[in-house]
Design a protein around this ligand. Structure first.
Ligand code: GLU
Length: 304
């Protein structure tokens, strides 16, 4: 397996120069575009190659965790009523909702409006408490107590995240959220700034692949029904408006983030984490998708 992973990274390395670093959050533009890593977790153990231990901010890879926490803290019905599961076919921070379209039915937990709205369903008296709950849950699923927030990236997004502020005010204008926008976004921005490695992502993905059960301890960390809910939204909208293309190339549930990470879930088989910070035009890691495509071909990972 290690030889296979190293070969794939070697073949895909040329793609790392074809993408562009995210710069709308200024701190993300400081990433090293040469970094490339992969980790696979399965019943055969943990296999890593390249920069698999390098830490980067999760960005939108945290959205499945926000969804899971919201499912755990309220009901599937409450989550589904607030944020539907329609694949939006729009960029992650799209603005172009028509008046008719801005109802829960037309947003998705894997894009910004959906994730921002779902922060309100996390249990906690304050948004600081809600965020702590989410961080601890993320640590537990990744099996890594040392996961923390990258304060510089958090402050950078907080200083420049006016588009997310506008999206949140729009949700508020349409009665979908009620708490103060700045407090909700405090939770959302901090969540996006949680640092993770490829290995952390692969471990989280493996629990999702294993329908919520910790494969090592055998403890059920969240209900199988919630894992199915999350995996279905990853399949249909995890790569934003690139989800159809990703289904064709790779064929499994996955979530990308503008930090350059992608988490892949191979139901009942394995969890994957890849990292390369230069992005394609849809905001997905360009080389990361190539790595996953090759892996999918070699290990026959597509569910189609
Ligand atoms: N923090 C980013 C934002 O809200 C996340 C976007 C992403 O990773 O796609 O703009």
């Amino acid at each position: 397996m290690n030889t296979l992973l190293n070969d794939i990274l070697h073949t895909c390395r040329p793609y790392t120069v074809q993408g562009r670093l995210a710069n709308y959050i200024p701190e993300l533009a400081k990433a090293d575009p040469d970094k490339l890593g992969i980790c696979i977790v399965s019943d055969d153990g943990v296999h890593c190659a390249g920069d698999a231990q390098h830490r980067f901010t999760m960005q939108s890879v945290v959205k499945p965790l926000i969804l899971l926490q919201a499912l755990l803290d309220s009901s599937i019905e409450a989550v589904h009523d607030l944020v539907g599961v329609e694949a939006t076919g729009k960029p992650f921070d799209a603005f172009n909702y028509s008046d008719q379209a801005l109802t829960g039915a037309h947003i998705n937990p894997m894009i910004n409006t959906g994730a921002i709205a779902l922060c309100t369903l996390i249990r906690g008296n304050t948004y600081a408490e809600k965020f702590d709950r989410l961080l601890n849950f993320t640590r537990k699923i990744a099996g890594n107590d040392s996961m923390v927030v990258d304060e510089a990236v958090y402050l950078s997004e907080k200083a420049t995240g006016n588009k997310n502020r506008a999206l949140a005010y729009m949700l508020k204008a349409y009665g979908m959220i009620h708490d103060p926008v700045d407090e909700i976004l405090e939770c959302y921005f901090r969540a996006c700034s949680i640092l993770a490695s490829c290995e952390d992502l692969a471990k989280i993905a493996y629990v999702l692949a294993n329908h919520g059960k910790d494969p090592v301890s055998g403890v059920q960390l969240f209900p199988a029904e919630d894992a199915r809910y999350v995996n279905a939204t990853l399949m249909t909208c995890g790569m934003y408006d690139g989800s159809g293309e990703f289904a064709l190339r790779c064929g499994f549930p996955a979530k990308s983030g503008v930090g350059g990470g992608i988490m892949g879930v191979i139901p009942r088989r394995m969890g994957l984490g890849v990292y390369s910070p230069a992005l394609d035009r849809k905001g997905n890691s360009l080389a990361g998708i190539r790595v996953l495509q090759q892996l999918s071909n070699q290990l026959d990972l597509s569910v189609f």
